[in-house]
Design a protein around this ligand. Sequence first.
Ligand SMILES: Cc1ncc(COP(=O)(O)O)c(C=O)c1O
Length: 401
Amino acid sequence: MRDLFSKRSIAGEVEPNELARLRERLSAVGWPLKDLSQSNPTQVGLVRAAALFSLDSPENSIYNPEPRGLLRARAALSEHFAHKHRNISPDNLFLCASTSEGYSWLFKLLCDAGDAVLIPKPGYPLFEHLAALEEVHTLAYPLEYAHASGWHIDVAAMEATLASELGKRVKALIVINPNNPTGSYVRKKEREAILELCERRGLALVADEVFFDFPLDEAVERHSFIGEERVLTFVLDGLSKRLGMPQMKLGWIAVSGPSREVARAKKRLELIADTFLSAGTPVMNALSSLLAQESVFVDSLLGRIRENYSIYRSILEEPGSPHRVLACQGGWTALIESPAILEEEKIAALLLQQKSIAAQPGFFFDIERGVHFAFSLIIPPQWASAWSREYRELFDALLAQ
Ligand SMILES: Cc1ncc(COP(=O)(O)O)c(C=O)c1O
C-alpha cells in the first residue's frame, strides 16, 4: 500500500537509541540528572531582570506583515552590528523565528530536492534533520585536530568531495564560526580558500555565527562573514545564543555579496519569508531594548565560560590524568578526550547509571575516532567542578579494574 507519510519525515519514527532510552527511563522515575552537556541558557541559573518587556503596549496590537520583519527591528539590528564594525543594511536583513528556521529558508532558496550542502564534521547534529526535511543531502568536510595548533578545516577534502558524483549537486558551503562543538573560528587562510572555492564553483556561503561573540580569549583571531562581498553570503544569528533567549524565537539572516546575486536572492527570500511571516511582533518591537542588554549578558557569560574552561583543564589535565581538554577558541562547549577503555555509548551509560551524569558523547557530533564528551561551558562553575571530578572518578575506577 502507498505510504501515507513523506520520506522526509521518517526520522520522527526512528526509535531513540539505547542511551536516549536509558535517559528517558531515569528521568521518568524522577532520577535527578546532572547534565554536564547542558546548553540551554535558561536552565543554568543565570539571573535576569524580572521583566523583559511587556506585551501590553499599543504597538503590539498592530499587525504589520512585512516579509523581512519590522523595519524598526531591522534598523536596531543594523545599528547594533555597526557598533561592532560589522556593517549590514536593514534592507539586507531577514527576521525569522530562529537560526534553525533561517537554515530551512536558505535550503528552500538554494536547493532543489536531491541537491546537497557541505557541512562541517564534527558539527552541529541538527543539520541532518534540517536538510532532510527539505530533501537536501549533506556532505561532510572534516575538521582535523592537531595538538599544537588546534582545529583546522581540511579545504583539500572539500575539493575532493565536490569532485564526487553527489558533490556536483552541492549548492552551498556551510561554516560555523566558531564551530560547535570544536569551538574553532574560521582562520584567515581558511577563509580565503573557502571564498575562492565558492567563487570558482559558484557556491553560496552560509556562515552560522551564533557563537561569534563568545571568544575564550579576546586576542583570538576571528573575522565575521557579515557584509562579505566576494560571493553570495548568508550569515545566520539570533537571540538564542546572543542574548541566551531561545524562548523569544527571533533569528535573522544577513545577506551580502555581488549586487546582482544579492538582488535576486532578496526577491526570492522575500517570497519565502512572506509565506511564513514567522517573527512575532512583540519580540520585534522589543528588539532594540533587548539588544541593549547584550553586553551585560555576554560579559557575564564570558566570565563563566572562561572560568569553566580552566576548571575542566585543572581537574582533567592534572599530572597523570589520562584526559585532555581540547583547544577551544570560543563558544559554549569544551570537548574532552578520554581514554578509549570502552565504547563511548557504554561509558555514557555508566556515567548515567553510576554518577547520574548525562554527557553527550562524540558520536553525537560525528566524531569518529577515540572517546570524546562535550562538556558545557555555561553551567555554574560549582557544577562544572563537582561533575567533572565525578567524571574523572568513573574513569579512574574503570582503569583500576
Ligand atoms: C551552531 C548552532 N546554530 C544554530 C543553533 C540553533 O539556534 P536557534 O535556537 O536560533 O535555532 C544552535 C543551537 O545549539 C547551534 O549550536
